[in-house]
Design a protein around this ligand. Structure first.
Ligand code: DQA
Length: 147
């Protein structure tokens, strides 16, 4: 099973960015961990990051024929990007929305996700372990019927 882990804006700053909120793990370390952890679960995990909305949209479109699942942390786009929401709705690939911080305990604007209604689920608040939980969830759901 092939899984794309896709990280959105400012997540390249992980490890240096507000460590009291997002922890000390760098994006490179997180990606390396997810590739290795994915292997133990029998997955081929590919990790990508972009700060650019259009690039994330293109990556979601291109993922349809290449991946069984997308694990997506859309960063702040979560809260207002109808374009990313529509990109997810335009592909058959199931998407799991992931957040490092517990968005519902933070500022009000973070309490809304325009992405969640087009995702199969949302995991929020478990630090970088949120991504591990998403990979575990996929193991329980199994192969999508599409590929
Ligand atoms: C985030 C939460 C968002 O509100 C924020 O804009 C981010 C990171 C998280 O992983 O906790 O960039 O998606």
């Amino acid at each position: 099973m092939k899984i794309l882990v896709l990280n959105g804006p400012n997540l390249n700053r992980l490890g240096r960015r507000e460590p009291e909120v997002y922890g000390n793990t760098t994006l490179d370390a997180l990606h390396e961990h997810l590739i290795q952890y994915g292997k133990t679960l029998g997955y081929e995990v590919d990790c990508q990051q972009s700060n650019i909305e259009g690039e994330l949209i293109n990556t979601i479109h291109e993922a349809e024929d290449r991946f069984h699942y997308i694990v997506l942390n859309p960063g702040a786009f979560t809260h207002y990007s109808y374009a990313i929401r529509d990109a997810i709705a335009s592909v058959t690939t199931p998407v799991i929305e992931v957040h490092i911080s517990h968005v519902y305990t933070r500022e009000r604007f973070r309490h809304t996700s325009v992405i969640a209604p087009v995702c199969i689920g949302q995991i929020t608040g478990f630090g970088v372990y949120s991504y591990d939980l998403a990979l575990q969830a996929i193991g329980h759901i199994g192969d999508s019927e599409r590929m």
